[in-house]
Design a protein around this ligand. Structure first.
Ligand SMILES: Cc1ncc(COP(=O)(O)O)c(C=O)c1O
Length: 471
């Protein structure tokens, strides 16, 4: 007997006619986009761009998104003709501000694969291949740092997210130990240098911890600085960690990592190394010894989207003992039990504050495999050589003074007689002329010029173009 059919239900048009119209393969749109992408990838001396006019942009975009469709070409043209040029090209070889980007073509291309295939990297169950690839890339980074075979981690969105997730583990590991020892809860402190990145302060605020700030003489946190700061502090029973920086953002200074690690070990404190920018400097054989002590880190952050030549957004967060991170960051819910069935499984989601995550480390993985690590060493050495060239030139120019000998690829300099307004006007003019993107900074309360030379496409002529505007 056939089941009874309710004619009202059957005749009701409950399914929209063409709901998958957005999901169908569209050869014309695909060609349009791949043509643009090819054009963009082929650029070498990418212009700096930048400087948007709000009124113009508002006019261009007004009413663009409505209930109905628009031709892809029309919208792409708006992006190419009006929006793209107002977005500073951080991958331009003339981008010398903040920390530039210089993704390899292989990394950019594989990042498109990650997008095209919607590659996620949450758990072993869902993404074994992605987890293997990301872990292989993380292993390269861990090996360069000299971390033990048991070390492991995860790619997060940026150095800030990495620092935050690491400090949560530091805090909760200390809390757990206190509780196991029968000690009461307390507000905790972390030893940081006066040059630590702003994300450290933010992270401490988020996790309700305070900073014990170590004043530095020349920007480098040395063992003596830490000991002297501790000696001047009446009570350090609430300190649980030391954060050292392997390449400060402002001046590219590598802290005394071995000294910091020694103090941390003596006190049983967590040792975190923020190498978001400068960690890649370890690739240079001439510089590797400056990082001695990094191998003792309990957690280490290095950003592939900075000097490891990967696209945004990618930061490697590596723990000496990832089990400690797993104990803190694992999210538990009945629908997640399935990914935690096997205690040995390695789930990237369990190692930082996130759940769903893009397999963002695969771009670095592909590029490392395709190019080989020697190509990375050469690219880092090129930035260091270009920095030396710029320093030499600055020394020869009459009105310029170097603030300090760079450890890495950040140069701070003084233009005699200039005030902040001069530096600002200089930066604006360089951008208007598309000579370079440069921003000023401060050193010991004084406004100074700052150049970061990281891109392998930066030439001595480009550097000379900028320096010529200072004389
Ligand atoms: C030393 C250091 N730590 C952390 C960060 C923050 O990284 P992100 O911008 O990827 O969050 C930076 C950024 O420049 C940095 O230089």
């Amino acid at each position: 007997m056939s089941p009874e059919i309710n004619p009202d239900v059957v005749s009701e048009p409950i399914f929209p006619i063409d709901a998958d119209r957005m999901h169908k393969f569209d050869p014309a749109m695909t060609e349009l986009m791949t043509d643009y992408v090819k054009e963009r990838l082929a650029m070498t001396d990418t212009s700096v761009d930048g400087l948007g006019d709000r009124q113009h942009l508002e006019g261009v975009m007004s009413g663009l998104i409505g209930d109905g469709p628009r031709p892809a070409k029309e919208v792409l043209d708006i992006y190419v003709d009006h929006l793209a040029e107002t977005i500073l090209s951080s991958d331009s070889p003339r981008f010398f501000a903040f920390i530039p980007a210089a993704p390899t073509k292989a990394a950019l291309l594989f990042d498109m694969v990650v997008s095209a295939a919607s590659l996620q990297g949450c758990s072993w169950l869902e993404a074994a291949g992605a987890v293997m690839a990301e872990n292989q890339a993380l292993r390269v980074l861990a090996d360069i740092a000299g971390l033990p075979a048991s070390a492991g981690g995860v790619f997060v969105s940026g150095g800030s997210a990495g620092n935050l997730s690491a400090l949560v583990v530091a805090r909760d590991t200390a809390r757990y130990r206190r509780s196991a020892a029968g000690l009461p809860e307390m507000r905790m402190r972390v030893v940081v240098s006066d040059q630590a990145h702003s994300s450290i302060k933010n992270a401490l605020n988020i996790v309700s911890m305070d900073a014990l700030v170590v004043p530095t003489l020349d920007g480098r946190m040395a063992e003596e600085d830490i000991r002297s700061a501790i000696a001047k502090t009446p009570e350090v029973g609430d300190v649980i960690a030391i954060v050292a920086t392997a390449g400060t953002t402002n001046a590219g200074i590598i802290d005394d990592l071995a000294g910091a690690a020694k103090v941390a070990q003596e006190h049983g404190w967590w040792f975190h190394v923020d190498g978001a920018y400068g960690g890649a400097g370890m690739l240079s054989r001439n510089l590797r010894h400056r990082y001695d002590g990094v191998e003792l880190a309990d957690s280490l952050v290095m950003d592939p989207h900075k000097w490891w030549f990967a696209p945004f957004d990618s930061a490697a967060l590596i723990y000496r003992d990832p089990r400690l991170a797993k104990a803190v960051h694992t999210q538990n819910a009945s629908y997640l039990d399935v990914i935690h069935d096997d205690a040995e499984d390695f789930n990237p989601s369990d190692l930082a504050y996130h759940l769903t995550r893009r397999a963002r480390g695969m771009a670095l993985w592909f590029s490392l495999a395709v190019n080989g690590i020697d190509a990375y060493r050469d690219a880092v050495d090129y930035s260091l050589a270009m920095t030396k060239y710029a320093v030499k030139r600055i020394r020869t120019l009459r009105d310029l003074e170097l603030i300090r000998e760079p450890d890495l690829s950040v140069i701070l300099f003084r233009r005699l007689g200039w005030t902040q307004a001069n530096y600002e006007a200089w930066g604006h003019q360089l951008l208007r002329d598309q000579t370079a993107f440069v921003t000023h900074s401060a050193w010991r309360g004084e406004t100074v010029g700052r150049l970061v030379l990281l891109h392998p496409g930066t030439t001595t002529e480009m550097v000379d173009d900028v320096l010529a505007t200072l004389v």
